[in-house]
Design a protein around this ligand. Structure first.
Ligand code: G6Q
Length: 544
């Protein structure tokens, strides 16, 4: 289907008109107009209850947004992804992370070949390996079982594994230590191996390309640390495995490719936590829990693929994001998980959303005349309430919020959980309805203080409620955001699966490294600021 540029799609003009009407309508009014709103504007699917009633929308807004989705070819684009079309146009690649969680027996084609059996073959090898590590059957170089697992990777090869480990810690082996090294800052490595015995430590070098500067630097440092600890070059064989698509580089590094777990170029880095990149997760929580997580992902995939858009969770969330980003000019979205185990979820989502949709041209390379990719940020509740929520409640910016909560806690401690959930509901209520001048005055507030104590309200939020944090619910939640990102990218017509924006800095760093390391004064040809900074650094480090 041919899709017109965004501003030329009929629904866009209607939404612009409609926004003029809606911008002054208060959520108080919308709730007063329809007593049943809080029960109508909800969708429940794949174990997720989404209350989107506290958004600045009416039925008409939704109709128009759904028309926009249709005019943007969303249905066709979803089908294209699942069909294995090369929708990552700038890299000419298919986008098939959905195949990573397809059940055995499913068929998903890539260049005419069903990839599902390959996916399951890798999963089976990962499971066999994870079981050997967990049972102590796999022995280190000196015959000791492995008790420490360190994942070395960065970006998509780190954020998913860290987030998933933290999220599923409750299900993890408590007698083992899991750590993650990503930063080229040596402190990251130094702290990760603090207190660990080399004889009991396994390094998983996770890198799709196996050429990434940070990861390869850390991998070499890890090898030196291990060899120094065990006093034998041959020790690496039992202490290093690789997750990669690049067997040649893995072998060159000195890891036997029998200890390599593969994936494919149709898996984007930030969409890879459910591929072999999740090996550390699988060792931590065990193969059954890992498969349960994949089951959760798949449930959401199926919901996204088949549910009508008006009841489709990722589609609705994606459309609401478009509404605020492109019509209200909201620049950010706050993600607020009221679940301590999800403390790394906002950081994970930052990569997923911002690396995917932080783009300035369409997939045909045409410069955009509308905003894409809002800034995602957040912290677990209730901590944020005592810091940045002030700005969300009373600042001058509109910040749509996603509140994420679970009906059951994994750590039942006294009254804590009801108190936690009371805060979720209180915050969304306060944001939406605020406190009027009359209410503030009625509390006996002196006139001069009234403006300070006033809450304008009308601040939108989604409430995402799940049963309990489990491997399956984590899978559903991640897939929900993946497909919401997809929905937004489709409407903006951007390539949500490339990341050219990270290249320039990488190239320039390669040029600067020798300039910092050389013993001769280097000839510098940067701008005057960069030149001066390099000279200053050389001088400072020289002076010890
Ligand atoms: C993610 C990006 C990026 C990537 C890292 C690590 O979508 O592509 O974050 O994951 O640069 O790359 P390697 O896995 O190749 O080391």
């Amino acid at each position: 289907m041919t899709v017109a540029p965004l501003r030329k799609r009929p629904a866009w003009a209607s939404l612009e008109q409609h926004h003029k009407k809606m911008q002054d309508v208060h959520l108080r009014q919308l709730f007063a107009d329809d007593a049943g709103r809080g029960e109508k504007m909800v969708v429940e699917a794949a174990g997720i209850y989404l209350d989107y009633s506290k958004n600045r929308i009416t039925g008409e807004t939704l109709d128009l947004l759904l028309q926009l989705a249709a005019q943007s070819g969303l249905r066709e684009h979803i089908d294209a992804m699942f069909r294995g079309d090369k929708i990552n146009v700038s890299e000419k690649r298919s986008v098939l992370h959905v195949a990573l969680r397809a059940p055995k027996g499913a068929t998903i084609l890539h260049d005419g070949k069903n990839v599902v059996p390959d996916v399951h073959a890798v999963l089976d090898r990962m499971a066999a390996f994870a079981d050997r590590i967990r049972s102590g059957d796999w022995k280190g170089h000196t015959g000791k079982p492995i008790r420490n697992v360190i994942n070395i990777g960065i970006g998509g090869s780190d954020l998913g594994p860290v987030m998933a480990y933290e999220a599923l810690r409750h299900y993890s082996r408590r007698d083992m230590t899991f750590r993650f090294v990503s930063n080229v800052d040596g402190t990251d490595f130094a702290e990760a191996v603090q207190g660990l015995e080399a004889a009991e430590t396994l390094f998983i070098v996770s890198s799709k390309t196996f050429t990434t500067l940070e990861t390869m630097t850390n991998a070499h440092t890890a090898r030196d640390w291990l060899v120094a600890g065990l006093g034998d070059q041959a020790a690496t064989a039992k202490h290093f495995v690789a997750v990669s698509t690049n067997a040649q580089e893995v072998a060159k590094f000195g890891i036997d490719t029998a200890n390599m777990f593969g994936f494919w170029d149709w898996v984007g880095g930030r969409y890879s936590m459910d591929s072999a990149i999740g090996l550390s997760t699988m060792i931590a929580v065990g193969p059954d829990n890992f498969r349960a997580m994949l089951g959760g992902f798949h449930e959401m995939d199926e919901h996204f693929r088949t549910a009508p858009f008006e009841r489709n969770l990722p589609v609705l969330m994606g459309l609401l994001s478009i509404w605020y980003n492109d019509f209200f000019g909201a620049q950010t979205v706050a993600v607020l998980p009221y679940e301590q185990y999800l403390k790394r979820f906002p950081a994970y989502l930052q990569q997923l959303t911002m690396e995917s949709n932080g783009k300035h041209v369409t997939w045909d390379g045409v410069a955009l005349d509308y905003d894409t990719g809002p800034i995602y940020w957040g912290e677990p509740g209730t901590n944020g309430q005592h810091s940045f929520y002030q700005l969300i409640h009373q600042g001058t910016r509109l910040i749509p919020c996603d509140f994420i909560a679970f009906a059951h806690t994994l750590n039942k401690v006294g009254r804590h959980h009801d108190m936690l959930l009371a805060n979720v509901f209180a915050q969304t209520e306060a944001l939406a309805f605020g406190k009027t001048v009359e209410q503030v005055k009625a509390e006996g507030t002196p006139d001069w203080l009234v403006p300070h104590r006033l809450f304008a309200g009308n601040r939108p939020s989604n409430t995402i409620l799940l049963d309990r944090l489990s491997p399956a619910s984590l899978g559903r939640l991640v897939a929900l955001y993946e497909h919401s990102v997809f929905t937004q990218g489709t409407i903006w017509q951007v390539d949500s699966f490339d990341q050219w924006g990270v290249e320039l800095g990488k190239e320039l760093a390669q040029r600067i490294i020798p300039e910092l390391e050389s013993t001769q004064e280097p000839k510098l040809a940067h701008d005057s600021s960069t030149n001066a900074l390099i000279r200053r650094y050389r001088k400072m480090k020289g002076s010890g």
